[in-house]
Design a protein around this ligand. Structure first.
Ligand code: CO
Length: 218
């Protein structure tokens, strides 16, 4: 699609929205009140709003290569803090996707360039779960690492100062781990939905066992 068509589509979309729901855009100028925060991969095949049927104003989005949440990443942490403390989102979902190039590169040890240092975080996940990954068949290994990466990043969100403080104050926020299939368009719940600091450990262990149960050869 030529780049000028993006403006043509934009004008048509804005006009259609306003025609179907007069006042839609002026309503959004007041304040965003999304209930959801999406932390996903930058991959162009995983658009948060379209997949979930959420409209402008309904989901606060942070995306990076392979949906990684690192404790020193001020970008991700600032987004999480804003979402939790200012917007008061009720749910944060960390969403990985099958067929993720970043996860595949981490699994294979492929050198890409600067991003190797980012992907190193996923290799840490790989190395931590080496024995589990060795028990699943090779064609399932990348999918298993997608799941494990999501579960580990959910933990990283949960142990952040932002979430520790929010839960200590009694704020109701649940952090979820999901995985999306670019091959079928479907979201899977990895059963890692954490609503308190105490729940992290047992849910983590159950979710890891769930990955093994789902992926190990029959
Ligand atoms: Co990806």
């Amino acid at each position: 699609m030529p780049i000028k068509d993006l403006f043509t589509h934009n004008r048509a979309w804005a006009a259609q929205m306003e025609r179907e729901r007069p006042g839609f855009f002026s309503g959004l100028t007041q304040q965003q009140r999304p209930k959801y925060m999406w932390i996903g991969c930058s991959d162009s095949r995983v658009p948060a709003n379209q997949i979930t049927g959420l409209e402008p104003g309904e989901v606060f989005v942070h995306r990076n290569v392979a949906n990684v949440v690192v404790h020193s990443d001020l970008n991700a942490l600032s987004a999480i803090q804003f979402a939790v403390e200012m917007l008061k989102v009720e749910h944060i979902m960390v969403v990985g996707h099958y067929g993720c190039g970043g996860v595949q590169a981490a699994l294979d040890g492929t050198r890409i360039g600067l991003a190797d240092n980012w992907i190193r975080h996923i290799q840490d996940v790989r190395d931590r779960h080496r024995s589990l990954l060795d028990t699943v068949e090779s064609h399932e290994r990348a999918n298993a690492l997608v799941d494990l990466n999501v579960i580990e990043q959910v933990v990283n969100v949960c142990v952040s100062t932002v979430m520790c403080d929010a839960w200590a104050k009694g704020q109701k926020v649940t952090v979820h781990g999901w995985a999306y299939g670019i091959h079928d368009g479907l979201l899977q719940d990895l059963r890692m939905s954490v609503a308190s600091t105490d729940a992290i450990e047992p849910l983590y262990r159950a979710a890891i066992e769930g990955v093994l149960a789902a992926r190990k050869p029959a």
